[in-house]
Design a protein around this ligand. Structure first.
Ligand SMILES: C[S@@+](CC[C@H](N)C(=O)[O-])C[C@H]1O[C@@H](n2cnc3c(N)ncnc32)[C@H](O)[C@@H]1O
Length: 264
């Protein structure tokens, strides 16, 4: 009997509102500059679909550019109408959601594809709502390369165990740990032209925004990491210390972004 969940599972669905919003704001502070740079390559655009908008900073960016904006999220809990007037919000799973007659000429998803077991299904479904000549920008993490780089040995060991448990957790859920590095391959497999690809190693010291965001991510999924059987409570405590100590450095993950074009 399979132990994998049948429904789409998003690991941060049950996190408390305030904590999750803070974590998403850190992601925005770390990546919005990169995202807007790549999104600008898909302009001019009349209608943007933001998939998995999280706390929604890129909805504001697009609206300020005069672009019509829609959003799709499995749990759009931070996209309230009073904060985002004029944004049409769809609730659903990107792998199956039917947009009806609504079409887009730019679709963006950051740190969303890594959360699904079949990214091809998701991209092909979104492609149906993309106009010919339209663009998709995908951005994601590669946790296959995560490793500690500096710090006291016992803290480094704990961090490396957390990274290993994270990969094991992805595997258990049937999800890839390396989505960020294979985005161009995914795009090609779904019939897109790959216009551009960039990637970075996300390296940072304890106490920085990256380490703090990773500490919050790990504490939100601590129970499932413990269940994976690789880390102990002590390891998780050491990991938190690792992420606060400015002498502790890690390559937390790789980050890739791709610009895809749908043929006319
Ligand atoms: C890690 S957050 C990233 C938020 C935002 N894109 C950012 O980078 O700041 C993932 C977002 O994707 C949404 N999500 C997860 N799985 C999804 C799915 N299958 N379909 C649609 N949205 C999904 C979550 O609810 C959440 O808003």
């Amino acid at each position: 009997m399979s132990t994998k969940p049948a429904k789409p599972h998003y690991a941060f669905n049950l996190t408390d509102e305030e904590g999750e919003k803070g974590r998403l704001r850190r992601i925005e502070a770390l990546f919005d500059g990169h995202s807007t740079c790549m999104l600008s390559r898909g302009l001019p655009a009349e209608h943007l679909l933001e998939v998995g908008p999280g706390a929604g900073s890129l909805l504001h960016w697009a609206k300020e550019k005069g672009i019509r904006v829609s959003a799709l999220d499995i749990n759009p809990r931070f996209i309230h109408e009073f904060e985002f007037p004029g944004v049409r919000v769809h609730t659903g799973d990107m792998s199956t959601y039917d947009f009806g007659d609504e079409t887009f000429d730019l679709i963006h998803a950051r740190f969303v594809f890594m959360h699904v077991a079949k990214p091809e299904d998701a991209l092909l479904n979104l492609k149906k709502a993309l106009r010919p000549g339209g663009h998709v920008v995908l951005e994601d993490g590669d946790f296959q390369i995560s490793r500690s780089l500096a710090g006291p040995e016992h803290l480094r060991q704990a961090a490396d165990k957390v990274f290993e448990a994270t990969r094991k957790g992805h595997k258990f859920m049937g999800k890839s740990s390396e989505t960020g590095s294979v985005l161009p391959i995914l795009g090609k497999a779904c019939g897109f032209t790959v216009k551009d690809f960039s990637s970075w190693n996300m390296i940072g010291p304890g106490g920085g925004n990256l380490a703090a965001m990773m500490a919050e991510s790990v504490s939100a999924v601590a129970e499932s990491l413990l269940r994976a059987g690789i880390v102990s409570e002590d390891d998780l405590t050491h990991y938190q210390t690792f992420t606060e100590d400015p002498d502790c450095w890690a390559l937390y993950y790789g980050y890739g972004q791709v610009l895809l074009e749908k043929a006319d």
